[in-house]
Design a protein around this ligand. Sequence first.
Ligand code: GDP
Ligand code: IMO
Ligand code: MG
Length: 423
Amino acid sequence: MANIILVGAQWGDEGKGKIIDVLTEGADIVVRTQGGNNAGHTVFLGPKKYVLHLIPSGILRPGKQCVIGNGVVVDPLGLVQEIDGLLKLGIKVSPKNLILSETAHVVFPYHRELDGAREVAKGKNKIGTTKRGIGPTYGDKAARVGLRMIDLIHPARFAEKLKARIAENNAVLKAMGAKPLSFAKVHAAYRAAGDRLKPFVANTVVLLHESSRRKANILFEGAQGTFLDIDHGTYPFVTSSNTTSGGACTGSGVPPNRMDRVVGVMKAYTTRVGEGPLPTENAEVADLLHAMGREFGATTGRARRCGWFDSVATRHATMVNGIDELAITNVDGLDTLDTIKVCVAYRVGAKKYDYVPNDIETLAQCQPVYVEFPGWKTDTTRARKWNDLPAKARSYLKAIAELTGAKLTIASVGPARAQTIFL
Ligand code: GDP
Ligand code: IMO
Ligand code: MG
């Protein structure tokens, strides 16, 4: 293998967890580099379903090392709960296979409260966040008032800093009509989590560089998707981190010239959870997928918005991420359709766009220009090789990869490991 960055090429939930799990077989280390427990990555091992939020999906494969990098925001209580949940399911999690960056920023209850209060204040303009406190935590990081894991595990320093942060945030919360927090309660809960997590905390930059020198293969597990990127997404309807490939470097301390390739994961159609423009949104596609019991959020349980495949968006994703290879998931979701549409351009009045406009108001007005493909109307879930797929499905996949501008290397026809076709 090599050092591979895996990113979501759409609006998140592309099936990154499944593809990471498949690619982990060839990796030594799997690293999360951005986001927090707003992510929900689903992996099936046989009939057993695992949903990872903060811990890299690589944890499910024995012998692999997992790293939560400096660019991640960590809710320590959430992380302890996730570790305990995995232990209960028989997955080994210890400081031997999970290492947590000492410079990762910490999510506090005031971040979650603020996240919720700001959404209420925005009313109909809300973002539809996961309410995990992600935005306010990255806000504090940028404002240089955040606390990091290294602070959490040093009791005296932690108490002093937390006291000041709670005082400031309580004033804000009160002004927004939210309940102030008790320092004593937050302190006790976080100190307990800090003691529990201390053995996992280390200098992950040095660790990754030493591993790299030993020629370890590192897989960088992206969270969210390209159009939720704080710079390149549909701002302000985005998350608060760089979900695109550059985030893997800044969020881990592994520089660009140590990266070998970028794999983009995308669904054979489009989904989005939360507010913001989605040019190809379509009720027929949503009804079809929801009736199959699919496309409900792995973190919040919300029904995902669904639509046709948008190649204007994925082409943009190829450009900003430098996607070399594509993994297309959920091919089987389209198995029953007579005709499948693919968006190849946007139109606003007489103006045609072959790129994603930056102005959110323009994007909201974009009408998709579609081309149609004949459906294959065959169950693909038992296909294991490229030639097992119906010819019409192969044509469709080749066409959307070509429109996206990258090489198709993986097609996924179900959530299980075995339902993966390598090209
Ligand atoms: P992630 O956030 O990108 O890891 O994606 P999620 O786990 O939130 O959502 C993807 C969903 O699609 C999960 O329920 C996966 O189990 C499921 N999934 C992934 N690939 C396939 C596939 O090829 N076919 C089907 N039917 N489900 C898939
Ligand atoms: P994975 O890693 C899909 C969305 C939220 C909301 C916006 C901002 O599973 O693909 P936030 O809580 O981050 O401030 O919310 O981003 N969002 C996701 N959508 N998949 C995710 O993660 C997401 N993480 C955040 O729904 O629209
Ligand atoms: Mg998800």
